[in-house]
Design a binder for this molecule. Structure first.
Ligand SMILES: [Cu+2]
Length: 144
């Protein structure tokens, strides 16, 4: 299953192998977003599904996410630039880390590394996608 994720892009394999080696070491599996959970972005240009490597998400543990981006018709979107921002609106602070999209995993899936939430409560996460269809974003509400 994992092998097929990378078969369409051999150039990414060394990076992916490294990530898998690290993830095996830390006993964290690559999460697979459920396409059925995809949500439309604000302007309807994309649909985004996501999965966190921690389930449930634990406070103060740095971890990875995988997000899957498709166009409005459900076709996987490659070559997207993804910016991650957010914070706790009620506390007027941002994220304690600067999560980054670090690898394209194929089939519209991107590895997001560096996620961490440092307290329980209501978080907002904003994923901004810039790709061929234009720029659009999705706000997620997380109650931790
Ligand atoms: Cu807070």
């Amino acid at each position: 299953m994992r092998k097929t994720l990378f078969s369409s892009c051999p150039a990414l394999f060394p990076l992916a192998a490294l990530w898998f080696a690290c993830s095996a070491f830390s006993e964290v599996a690559l999460p697979i977003p459920d396409p059925a959970s995809a949500q439309p972005t604000t302007l309807g240009r994309y649909r985004i599904s996501y999965a966190a490597a921690l389930d449930p998400i634990t406070i103060n543990r740095i971890h990875a996410w995988v997000v899957r981006i498709t166009d409005a018709g459900g076709a996987p979107v490659a070559n997207a630039d993804i910016q991650i921002s957010g914070g706790m609106p009620a506390h007027d602070h941002g994220l304690p880390t600067a999560p980054q999209a670090t690898a394209y995993l194929g089939d519209g899936r991107y590895l997001i590394e560096g996620m961490r939430f440092h307290m329980g409560g209501a978080w907002e996460l904003v994923l901004t996608v810039r790709a061929a269809q234009g720029t659009d974003s999705l706000s997620l509400s997380l109650d931790l």
